[in-house]
Design a protein around this ligand. Structure first.
Ligand SMILES: NC(=O)C1=CN([C@@H]2O[C@H](COP(=O)(O)OP(=O)(O)OC[C@H]3O[C@@H](n4cnc5c(N)ncnc54)[C@H](OP(=O)(O)O)[C@@H]3O)[C@@H](O)[C@H]2O)C=CC1
Ligand SMILES: O=C1OC[C@@H](O)[C@H](O)[C@H]1O
Length: 398
């Protein structure tokens, strides 16, 4: 039997998603029927203190060998780390990822990849020059559910697809007209590149792009973009809709997001609220039930089919019952599949993932730039700049 490839991770930041990702990454791959790669937590760093990184390692039930650092600079210099997972707010992704690449580390960077396309291009240029792996962590793309749906579309199972609509919205409005986030929250804070588009709209765009862009044959056509943006009192966007038009493909996409109304007002994943994404073809439709960042159910409806000629496909996320999870249910959020993809790319010497390659990440960033341009959404220069500064405050200074 071939030996397993070991991927040694360094976790940059210790917040919410760093915890979820690391717990998932530490699950036994066999629980999801993966036998060719496995993951090790080599180190974690917090920009606030070493003790915060130590607490993080304890919280994720990491190995005693995992090193704790009180700065991102120390983490990227660790020779026992192969790949850095960047889990800071959007505002920090460019500087933190550059820091890691400049120190010779491969990178998996949380979504949204960067604040703007120019930054994304600079990251890609650097990774290419230094022959390092780089991937935007759009985990949903690596779900078996997404892979299956892309296969169905490519096989013509629902005929020629002409339209995809997708929404990811959450109801966080207060009685007083505000939102349920403090103004300092990364969800609405301009200094952290907050707002619905970069945080949630990226998933609506992901569903549109992974069907209407990713599945195009040959040289892909870029869409034209028409957007409407409404802003919260902080200046961040709170209600954003995007119409994407591919005249050469005869296709259109509609991606929407909001912080005031919910895609699923009755709770996560319930089909009662209707589909969160619809992929509409000449012979049928695939409906994806939300939340579209972590879907576990899709429905195939054939045009002209008999009443009840509907197939529901459930794709539950496997749990590792040996790991500490909520209650007794074990650990398994669905982030391990993107970690497996990164490990395989490292093992195979690939610099980018075929499932979300550099060109496609940049194409989506360019579409988001256009939405922001039309909506007048500009972030502070410190986080819009595409000039790398190792000692930027975003890297925790030196
Ligand atoms: N894939 C997914 O499902 C999800 C992805 N995300 C993405 O992950 C990223 C982080 O989100 P999330 O974990 O929820 O955010 P958190 O606020 O929970 O954590 C962010 C971490 O970044 C570090 N950080 C460094 N500088 C700052 C700063 N100025 N303000 C705030 N934090 C800072 C901190 O870690 P430290 O002090 O240790 O340095 C902090 O704990 C975002 O890009 C978001 O879009 C978020 C949620 C879900
Ligand atoms: O990526 C994400 O998915 C889940 C959301 O709750 C979160 O805000 C977002 O960052």
């Amino acid at each position: 039997m071939a030996s397993k490839y070991t991927c040694r991770w360094g976790i940059l930041a210790t917040g919410g998603i760093a915890t979820t990702f690391t717990k998932d990454m530490l699950t036994n791959p066999a629980t999801r029927d993966v036998h060719d790669v496995h993951h090790v937590l080599a180190a974690a760093a917090s920009s606030s203190s070493k003790s915060r990184a130590e607490a993080f390692i304890k919280d994720v039930d990491g190995p005693s060998t995992a090193k704790a650092y009180g700065s991102y600079h120390e983490l990227v210099k660790d020779p026992d780390v192969d790949i850095i997972y960047v889990a800071t707010p959007h505002s920090h992704h460019f500087q933190n990822t550059m820091l890691a690449l400049e120190h010779g580390k491969h990178v998996l960077c949380e979504k949204a990849f960067t604040v703007n396309a120019e930054q994304a291009k600079k990251l890609v240029e650097t990774a290419r020059e230094k022959k390092l792996f780089l991937m935007e962590a759009v985990w949903t793309r690596y779900f078996p559910l997404s892979i299956k749906i892309r296969e169905l579309v490519k096989s013509g199972a629902i005929g020629k697809v002409h339209r995809v609509t997708a929404d990811l919205s959450i109801a966080t409005a207060n009685e007083d007209g505000g939102l349920n986030f403090p103004d300092s929250s990364r969800m609405v804070n301009m200094d952290l590149a907050g707002g619905a588009l970069l945080d949630l709209g990226i998933y609506s765009l992901t569903w549109v792009y992974q069907i209407l862009y990713h599945c195009q044959e040959g040289k892909r056509e870029r869409p034209t973009v028409l957007a409407a943006v409404q802003k919260y009192k902080t200046g961040a966007d709170e209600l954003t809709s995007v119409l994407l038009n591919w005249p050469g493909q005869n296709t259109q996409g509609f991606a929407s997001t909001s912080l005031r109304v919910a895609t699923q007002p009755d709770g996560e994943g319930s089909p009662a609220a209707g589909p969160a994404a619809r992929i509409q073809g000449t012979k049928g439709e695939i409906q994806v039930f939300g939340p579209i960042f972590r879907p576990q159910l899709y429905r195939v409806i054939k045009v002209g089919g008999k009443r009840g000629d509907v197939e529901d496909v459930h794709c539950p996320i496997p749990k590792d019952k040996e790991r500490k999870g909520k209650g007794d249910e074990g650990v398994g959020h669905g982030m391990f599949w993107e970690a497996d993809e990164a490990a395989r790319c490292l093992r195979d010497g690939k610099l980018e993932s075929d499932t979300l390659n550099w060109e496609e990440s940049i194409a989506i960033m360019e579409a988001m730039d256009e939405v922001r341009k039309q909506g007048g959404l500009v972030y502070p220069e410190l986080i819009e700049t595409a000039v790398y500064d190792e000692n930027s405050p975003l890297n925790g200074g030196q």
